[in-house]
Each structure stands twice: as structure tokens, then as C-alpha cells.
Design a protein around this ligand. Structure first.
Ligand code: J2J
Length: 535
């Protein structure tokens, strides 16, 4: 496995192979069979265009050839930040074939996150779109190149024909060469990196192998009854595990279906697509559901053939139980992590299960434990921290040995930081979390990351970020500050954080001022006390 990654122990790997979970599939081959047997079948629909399996397969091969000619080699890392456009899929397939793992950044990330990802992975290239939602990614790329000298290439989608570009910048569409003769990647090696939603400090990277992700997309497609000719709608960013591989865009391709890429989950964008393309399956974060419920009658949207996978943040039962009667759609309720653990209700479960639980694990060989603060298993039905091990659950974050020593038990269970219990009938119920993250409608803000930015402000002496309730997002961020001199107000703090090149969703939503932050006996900020004082 790539240096800096932690492989599964031989015994576990052998077990997962023997059980047929890991079959030696490589993700670069997803489209190869259908490109030969049924080349005209539509693989991707995006921005009003339909792309066949043959077109996707050919373009990915030629892009892999072009990247190889540029000097990108197996094992090199490439930071990819593309919104839901067809090039995202082409780029991923090309990099899977090259064995040069893409590092999947979210479209919302900005200079601070991208520079960190490029530096931390020693990326050789950064692939972005020229502008997206009014933001200039070329400017960002220039700054990042200044900060990360090892970054050799910036490849830009959307700039075809916009010559001349700056040295080191190339239009993605021009990267095109005869497919190189490449050695097949090892299925046990890293295919790509996902970003963790919930760790301490700077974002951690999750290596996903060909073997484990091929299993995830195959098994989730089977569990959702998603097969050949079915249509999946990516309404969330495709760089996120939920829309990429549960079964998501990659699972749709592997199953011989079609993936429709939407620009956003807003009803005016997705309802017409669902009708026109006959969408069978999509994924949503709970924050969007009230809007769908409110606007479906206005659009006269017929969602009766649709299954919606909802997860990523708390889904309130009052909202969940409206989905079947008001939208006509089938709800499956998910507890997912980019780290590879997936629990979810199945489409044919009795209706109370998706309303009140997050269902059962993907794989019968997923090992889940619920433990107390001392790491002892709690009594059945009691709540505690969820620990997980399984054929998709990573054994270590990338290049993070010290963090890994805390994030995993000595026998390899991931400490999820989520507090759960199991219902008597065996379903998982998420109760809360102990990790210091604000879950802003599914977008995760690690408290410590934002605190570091706030502490850089000259008037801020001490800072603690906590979650406060929000009717739309479920939670939002509140910065509790000890200041000296003039108090910066919320607008100033947001501008300050933005100026540090941080994604907008991580800017504080609220600010409170205190004379001193409460601390525990060992000197850590007492966030429990802060929350009750602020709540
Ligand atoms: C409460 N918190 C939840 C739920 C995840 C499918 C769906 C979601 C994700 C995802 C994903 C929750 N109720 N139902 O990867 O494939 C919180 C937990 C968890 C964290 C993981 C998928 N479902 N969460 O959200 O990696 O705190 O993955 O640890 O972004 O989201 O976040 P992320």
C-alpha cells in the first residue's frame, strides 16, 4: 500500500477476500465492459448533455494517456476540486487507471484547505474549474502554487480555448494522448482519498482502496435494488462519499446505470431532472427535505418512483414521517461516514424504522461495538461511543501516525466519536457525539480548525467554537471569545476568517463574548459548561 497508509492486517484481508467482499476489482475498469457491450448506453447526464459509456471510457483513457505524458505516475497524488460536472467522472476514472490517487476536495473549499491538501499529500497536480458560483479558482490556484512549490501542474476545466494560460496552467480538455500502456493498479492499494468530516485539527485524509470501494458500491447498489438501466441523481457534491459511492455515481456506473449530475439539490433544479430522466435513487442531507416537502406540490412533482437516501446529520422524525405521504417517495435513513462505515434502513423495512433508526450495517462482517468512557462495552440497548471495524472501514488516516494512535483502538477499531445505541431489534440509533465537530446541515466544521483561525485575530485572546441549535441546519457554529481591546463583531470575524482562505461554511454563524472560558480540571475548555451557559 502507498507509503503513509495503514493496510488491513493480513488475516482480516484474507477473510474479506475469502468472503467475496474484496474481489480484486479495480475502479478504473468500471465502464470498460459496457463501453464494449453497449457503447451507446448513457453513462452520465450533466449540464443538459448526455455522455455515453463509450465516450466516457475513451475520454478517460486519453486523459490518462495525457496525464502520463505530463509526467503523472502511479502513486502520485492529484488534488481534484470539481463541482458536479462530467469532467469529475472522467478525471476520477483516468486517475484510477493511472494509479495516481485523486484527493477529493469539496467545491466549497478555499485556499487554506486546498493548500493544506496539496502540501500534505505532496500533490503533483491540482485539477479545478476556472470559476464556479462566482468564485475564481484560477486566482486560488495561483496562490496555492506560490505556497506549495512541489505542485507542478494546474489543470483547468472550463477554460478550453481561453489561451494563453499562465505557465504551469493547462486547459483540462487539452490533456489528451494515446492511452499509455500502464500497469494495472493493485486492487489492495489506494484508489483515492476522501476527506474526513470529523476529526481534530486539520482535515484528515481517508485512503479508500479499489477493493474496499468496489465492495461498497456493489453492496449498496444491491441493497437499494439499483441495477442495470437504473438512474441515480447526484444532487449533493459528487466529491462526497454519500453521492459518490452509496452506490452514488460510481455505483451507478458499475451497475450499468446512468448518473445524472445536478448543480444543487434545490427543487427547481432537481424536480424537472427527476421527471425527465426517470430517476430511481438519490441522496440528500436532512436540511433540504423541508424545501422539497414545501415545493413538491407547486412543481406537481411525481416522486413516487424515487428512493431518497437521507443521512449525514440528524433527521427529525417529524420530517421523516412526512416523506411517504407527502412526496410519495421511499425514505431510507443512513448513518454514513467517509471512513467507510455505513448503516442504513432498507427500502422494504417497515415504515417506523427509517423514521426512528439508521438501520443495519452494510456488511454482516462489520463489527460494531458501543463502549463507555473507559472503553468497556455497555449493556445492550445503552448508549455509548460507536467503534467500528470492517471491510470498508479504514485502519489509519493518511500520514497521521500520532493521530491514528488515538483514533483507533490497539486492535484496529475506529473510534467514530459518535454516540449511538442499538434498538432491541438490532437497528442503530444515533444519539449524539463526543467529537468536537459542528454538524451544520451535514457540512462538518471541526471546532479546533475554526478556533485556530479565530485565535489568529489580533483582538482574540481565547476562543471556543460550539454548536448551537438552528431550525434549518440543525446546528450552526457559535464562536465564544475572550477579547482584548475593541471587540470584533460577527461580520468582521467572518471577513477575517474568509481572508484566511477558509471555506464559507466554516465561518462562524454567531459570536458571544465572555471574560474567561470555563476549563475542566485538566485545563481543557469545558464545552459542556459553555453549551449550557450559551443554550
Ligand atoms: C446524525 N449524524 C450523522 C445521521 C452521519 C452517507 C450519508 C452520510 C455520510 C456522511 C456519508 C448521520 N445522524 N443519520 O459518508 O456515505 C454524522 C456522524 C458521522 C459523520 C460522518 C454517507 N449520518 N452523521 O455524512 O464523513 O457524526 O459522511 O460520523 O461527511 O456525520 O460525516 P461524513
Amino acid at each position: 500500500m502507498l507509503e503513509g497508509c495503514v493496510p488491513w492486517p493480513d488475516e482480516a484481508a484474507a477473510r474479506y477476500r475469502a468472503a467475496g467482499y474484496w474481489r480484486g476489482e479495480v475502479l478504473g475498469d468500471l465502464t470498460a465492459d459496457i463501453a464494449k457491450s453497449d457503447p451507446a448506453r448513457v453513462a452520465i447526464v450533466a449540464a443538459g448533455r448526455r455522455h455515453t459509456y463509450a465516450e466516457l471510457d475513451e475520454r478517460a483513457s486519453r486523459l490518462a494517456g495525457g496525464l502520463h505524458a505530463l509526467g503523472v505516475r502511479p502513486g502520485d497524488r492529484v488534488v481534484v476540486q470539481l463541482p458536479n460536472r462530467w469532467e469529475f467522472v472522467v478525471v476520477c476514472l483516468a486517475l484510477f487507471r493511472l494509479g495516481a490517487p485523486p484527493v477529493l476536495a469539496l467545491p466549497a473549499h478555499r485556499r487554506a484547505e486546498i493548500a493544506y491538501l496539496c502540501a500534505h499529500t505532496d500533490a503533483v497536480a491540482y485539477i479545478c474549474q476556472d470559476t464556479h458560483q462566482g468564485f475564481d479558482f484560477l486566482g486560488l490556484a495561483e496562490d496555492v502554487r506560490g505556497e506549495v512549490p512541489g505542485l507542478r501542474h494546474v489543470l483547468v476545466a472550463g477554460s478550453e480555448g481561453a489561451q494563453p494560460m499562465k505557465p504551469g496552467f493547462l486547459p483540462l480538455g487539452d490533456i489528451d494522448a494515446e492511452p499509455a500502456r500502464l500497469p494495472a493498479p493493485d486492487p489492495g492499494d489506494v484508489a483515492f482519498f476522501l476527506l474526513s468530516g470529523g476529526t481534530t485539527g486539520l482535515p484528515k485524509l481517508i485512503p479508500r482502496t479499489h477493493d474496499d470501494y468496489a465492495f461498497q458500491i456493489r453492496a449498496t447498489a444491491e441493497a437499494m435494488g439499483f441495477g442495470e438501466g437504473d438512474v441515480y441523481l447526484a444532487a449533493l457534491p459528487v466529491a462526497h462519499n454519500a453521492a459518490l459511492g452509496c452506490p452514488g455515481v460510481l455505483g451507478a456506473l458499475r451497475a450499468g446505470g446512468t448518473a445524472v449530475l445536478a448543480a444543487s439539490p434545490s427543487p427547481d433544479e432537481v424536480f424537472p431532472l427527476i421527471a425527465a430522466e426517470g430517476v430511481r435513487l438519490t441522496t440528500l442531507m436532512p436540511a433540504f427535505l423541508p424545501l422539497w416537502l414545501d415545493l413538491a406540490p407547486l412543481f406537481e412533482a411525481d416522486l413516487s418512483g424515487l428512493t431518497i437516501e437521507v443521512g449525514g446529520a440528524k433527521l427529525r422524525p417529524e420530517v421523516a414521517e412526512r416523506i411517504r405521504p407527502e412526496l410519495g417517495a421511499t425514505l431510507t435513513h443512513w448513518f454514513g461516514m467517509a471512513e467507510g462505515l455505513l448503516c442504513f434502513t432498507r427500502g422494504d423495512d417497515p415504515p417506523h424504522l427509517p423514521v426512528h433508526t439508521q438501520g443495519r450495517p452494510l456488511c454482516e462482517d462489520d463489527e460494531l461495538r458501543v463502549v463507555d468512557e473507559q472503553g468497556r462495552d455497555v449493556a445492550p440497548g445503552e448508549a455509548g461511543e460507536l467503534l467500528a471495524r470492517g471491510p470498508c472501514v479504514l485502519r489509519g488516516y493518511y500520514r497521521a501516525p500520532e493521530y491514528n494512535a488515538r483514533a483507533f483502538t490497539p486492535d484496529g477499531f475506529l473510534r467514530t466519536g459518535d454516540v449511538v445505541r442499538f434498538a432491541e431489534t438490532g437497528e442503530l440509533v444515533v444519539e449524539g457525539r463526543i467529537k468536537d465537530v459542528v454538524n451544520r446541515g451535514g457540512e462538518k466544521v471541526p471546532a479546533e480548525e475554526l478556533e485556530e483561525h479565530l485565535l489568529a485575530h489580533p483582538a482574540v485572546r481565547d476562543a471556543a467554537v460550539i454548536a448551537v441549535p438552528d431550525p434549518r441546519l440543525g446546528e450552526k457554529t457559535c464562536a465564544v471569545l475572550v477579547t482584548a481591546g475593541t471587540r470584533p463583531d460577527l461580520a468582521e470575524l467572518r471577513a477575517f476568517v474568509a481572508g484566511r482562505g477558509v471555506a464559507e461554511y466554516k465561518q462562524p454563524d454567531q459570536v458571544r463574548y465572555v471574560d474567561v472560558l470555563p476549563r475542566t480540571g485538566v485545563g481543557k475548555v469545558d464545552k459542556v459548561a459553555l453549551r449550557s451557559a450559551t443554550g
